[in-house]
Design a protein around this ligand. Structure first.
Ligand SMILES: Cc1ncc(COP(=O)(O)O)c(C=O)c1O
Length: 400
């Protein structure tokens, strides 16, 4: 089954473009909203996944918070519907200006990743005459061998406060008069599909860490388990809404939670990936001796995930009829002068020709946000299912 769109409408739009299915985004957000209420878990959208203003406004309209990793993300969220006191600001290298902007915005909390950073926030808050809420971002050092998804929660990477630094951090906190300590945060990795096992492990580790901090005399009022819930890249139609139900149930069953203690999560990919597709037209079909190439007008500058980490994205030819689907296999390649500019190899697209519209699926997260202007290409426009008319239209060059 291919994407549910009116192809005639989309064929008039100038390619390449990111297409966002707003119905699917709403369906996803409805699911998350009801589960977050059921389990009492606060959701902060990880804005790094997609920062289109219209998407931010939609997510904010559900009352969710935001998890930001730059001062500009904080400002963008504040300007696009998120309440200042629902914005978190994380990141190992916050600049002074970013800290200043966040303090002025009155955010919910800084996720502090080191003692030197904590002292800078304290000094600036004192200068501005405000109290800054903070959470400690911890490096949980969960063994990567335990699970392949666990990549950012390891001792050897730059994120968070390491175990040996816990006591020093707590003692430094006691000298910071302008800070208000809320709790503990960590994030272990992304695209986690073994939800049951990984999050049970994450919760157990969090329980241990919270106990350690409380034994040192700090009250942990909020617990933040980060993001990471995976999506089904192989079957975006069957798996259009990620398994939030299992995620929240596992958290609720495994986290040790006192009366009044808050639980937060920071999903990015799982909220927005499936609602987005990168739409691109076939420029030329080139039949090689061993391979057929469908050369398209989108490139790695528009969607870098396949080139950067060999990510798989399903590709549908919206113009080929289903019956012809296995008629030929194509390598779908872009126009950029890099041999890694490949979206997929040996893909069954049906009989494919010049002008066909291809949908590179599950591209709503870490797609447009990671685009560049390499080769002086333009950024792909964003087109929304509820407002296709306002998209820029294709020029007819009389070449078909
Ligand atoms: C601290 C933190 N929170 C949340 C996220 C969002 O992760 P995901 O998009 O996998 O849900 C990330 C992603 O890198 C992160 O680093």
């Amino acid at each position: 089954m291919a994407l549910n769109v009116n192809i005639a409408d989309l064929l008039t739009v100038r390619t390449p473009f990111y297409y966002y299915d707003m119905d699917l985004l709403e369906k996803t957000l409805d699911t998350v909203k009801s589960l977050s209420e059921k389990y009492g878990i606060s959701v902060h959208y990880a804005v790094k996944a997609n920062n289109e203003k219209k998407i931010l406004r939609k997510i904010a309209s559900y009352g969710f918070g935001a998890d930001c990793v730059s001062g500009n993300e904080v400002l963008l969220c504040a300007e696009n519907g998120f309440a200042g006191n629902k914005i978190m600001f994380a990141g190992v290298g916050k600049t002074d200006k970013e800290i200043y902007d966040a303090l002025k915005t009155g955010i919910y909390a800084f996720n502090v990743e080191s003692v030197p950073e904590m002292k800078v926030i304290d000094r600036m808050a004192g200068h501005l005459g405000v109290k800054a809420n903070i959470q400690f971002r911890i490096n949980p050092n969960i063994d990567a061998h335990t699970h392949k998804y666990i990549t950012t929660g390891l001792e050897e990477n730059k994120f968070g406060i390491p175990h040996f630094g816990f006591a020093d951090t707590v003692s430094a906190l006691k000298d910071c008069r302008n800070l208000n300590f809320l709790g503990i945060q960590f994030h272990v990795g992304s695209q986690i599909t073994d939800v049951e096992n990984v999050y049970a492990l994450v919760c157990r580790r969090m329980n241990e860490i919270v106990a350690e901090f409380e034994a040192m005399g700090v009250e942990v009022r909020s617990i933040d388990l980060g993001g990471g819930l995976g999506i089904d890249y192989g079957n975006p139609d069957e798996g259009e809404v990620a398994d939030f139900a299992t995620w929240m149930r596992v958290i609720s069953e495994n986290i040790r939670r006192r009366e009044g203690q808050e639980i937060h999560v920071e999903p990015g990919r799982s909220l927005v990936a499936q609602c987005g597709s990168l739409m691109t037209k076939v420029l030329y079909v080139k039949n090689g001796e061993k391979k057929n190439f469908a050369i398209v007008d989108a490139g790695m500058n528009d969607l870098i995930r396949p080139a950067l980490y060999q990510a798989y994205h399903r590709i549908d030819n919206l113009c080929a009829d289903e019956e012809g689907r296995s008629a030929a296999k194509y390598d779908v390649v872009g126009p950029v002068c890099e041999s890694s500019d490949v979206f997929g190899e040996d893909r069954e697209l049906g009989l494919t020709g010049r002008g066909d519209l291809l949908a590179i699926r599950s591209a709503g997260a870490y797609g447009a946000v990671m685009a560049s202007r390499y080769n002086a290409k333009e950024f792909a426009q964003a087109v929304f299912s509820d407002d296709i008319d306002s998209a820029e239209k294709e020029v007819d060059w009389f070449t078909r």
